[in-house]
Write a protein that binds this ligand. Structure first.
Ligand SMILES: [Zn+2]
Length: 315
């Protein structure tokens, strides 16, 4: 059964509906999921959302395929983790392909991945745990924790931020990559992967999440080289809608090869090609990054210094 929830960041129940999406990627069912935004703090979230038990069926075997064939992306991810090598923990590490790249660069690496089916082809230390973990890891005090395309899937991001703070050494860094709700990509081109994405962040809400956990937001990079994020598709979606088409039809045309597109929708296909050309120029990757409106951001937090000395509490 779908469940309703309050805002994970501030607890408010006052939220505004932004748009609805279906599972267009795997077409599990026809349920329309509302993406809402908290009126108090601005956090976006799915509400109602699938309950924990029914979530499993939105992750079909196809979701786990094609991992490991993206070495170029893992190398680019490594570029977002500067500094001398140390101890690194990757949350939601899947097969550990990114960790394997980091190990080659001299890092001592560990991962967390609940799905046993993901496998461990590189022979790494991978803890079979959910995140946040229900028990302590043997050796905390990590220099860096990374989470690539993970936090938007979590039911309780606040607990995840707190867990990261607890696992980092003072001065250690947390690097979180998530979709950015404040973007053409997320808000207007509606490229969010619903209902697998449960939370929709912005630099502002991420800063507050960090602050609540004792993590200071140091850097926000608008990236398009990991998972896209340009928002191209937004004009084509508008075109389909003005001609009376639905969002579902937009995704169907999107997936159809060009030749077949002209055969099935001869009039619309011409407009589609023109809109696509305009998008390629207006939403070129360098422009999107320069305007800081990418649908994908990499954020870097630092754990505040030692807080072991608790302030005197009277008495
Ligand atoms: Zn809120």
């Amino acid at each position: 059964m779908p469940e309703t929830t309050s805002c994970n960041l501030c607890g408010s129940h006052d939220a505004k509906r932004l748009f609805t999406l279906r599972d267009y990627r795997f077409q599990t069912d026809d349920i329309e999921w509302p993406v809402v935004r908290c009126r108090a703090c601005g956090l976006g979230f799915l509400n109602p959302r699938p309950d924990a038990e029914e979530m499993g069926r939105y992750y079909p075997p196809a979701y786990f395929e094609r991992r490991g064939s993206q070495t170029a992306r893992y190398e680019r991810q490594a570029g977002y983790v500067p500094g001398p090598p140390g101890r690194l923990l990757d949350v939601g590490t899947a097969r550990g392909d990114f960790l394997s790249v980091m190990r080659e660069r001299g890092w001592q690496v560990e991962g967390i991945e609940p799905a046993r089916r993901a496998g461990n082809p590189h022979g790494l230390i991978i803890h079979r745990l959910d995140f946040p973990p229900e028990r302590e890891l043997p050796h905390a005090d990590f220099d860096v924790i990374t989470a690539w395309a993970v936090f938007e899937h979590l039911r309780d991001p606040a607990a995840a931020f707190a867990a990261c703070a607890a696992l980092l050494r003072p001065g250690g860094r947390l690097i979180v990559q998530v979709p950015n709700l404040r973007s053409v990509y997320s808000r207007w081109a509606q490229q969010e992967d619903v209902p697998r994405h449960l939370h929709f962040f912005t630099p502002r809400t991420l800063r507050r999440y960090g602050a609540e956990a004792g993590l200071r937001l140091k850097r926000v990079v608008h990236t398009t080289d990991l998972f896209g994020g340009s928002g191209r598709g937004v004009l084509r979606l508008a075109l389909v809608r003005t001609t009376g088409g639905s969002q579902a039809q937009f995704f169907e045309i999107w997936r159809t090869p060009k030749r077949e597109r002209f055969r099935r929708w001869p009039v619309l296909a011409t407009g589609w090609t023109m809109a696509s050309a305009i998008e390629r120029v207006a939403l070129a990757d360098p422009i999107v990054r320069a305007l800081r409106i990418s649908g994908q951001i990499v954020t870097e937090f630092t754990r505040e210094g030692c807080r072991s000395a608790a302030p005197p509490n009277g008495g």
